[in-house]
Design a protein around this ligand. Sequence first.
Ligand code: IMP
Ligand code: MG
Length: 192
Amino acid sequence: MHKDIAEILIPEEEIHAKVVELGKQITRDYQDKNLLLLGVLKGAVPFIIDLLVDIDYMAISSYGNETHSTGVVRILKDLEAPIDQKHVLIVEDIVDSGLTLNYLMGMLKKRDPLSVHVCTLLNKVRKRDVEVELAYEGFTIPILFVVGYGMDYAQLYRNLPYIGILKPEAYSDTTERPETHHKHPLEAKDFV
Ligand code: IMP
Ligand code: MG
């Protein structure tokens, strides 16, 4: 285990078993349909690669203050092709406030796809700022900040094969937390 990890929340084998199951379900549900899996960079990359269908990516980032998810996102990389003849399935690593997905879905719907749905690996169980319908979800997790399997803290730990919780000392005092609502893991436990 990595020295900065306090606890493994979801081990590698469990992640893979779940992704295989989701992949089968998606393949069945979209059989005979023109499906585009849209991965949100960078966190969803391992997940979408493991799901493996027709893939395109978008890179988005929150505007302004990094510590608060404002819900207004900036497109850093747009899609390569039009989506008006496609069923789009957005693939996300984790849904927290719901603001990012809500904004992205609104934007994609204006491009007139045949459908837009969401597949997320993790669903943080909390009262969301905006409700987002999740067609597929891997695991529900408590309000904890997690890293690994694509997910980062300050761009670190994406390459861990499992999903874990950081030790308190792994959080630098100088770097701001990347998103809002993410309580320190130990504080967050009080809410669970
Ligand atoms: P939302 O707009 O608050 O739903 O934020 C969703 C985005 O925040 C995800 O796509 C992740 O990139 C990031 N995020 C939320 N929670 C975590 C976490 O626990 N670890 C790492 N990234 C997270
Ligand atoms: Mg993300």
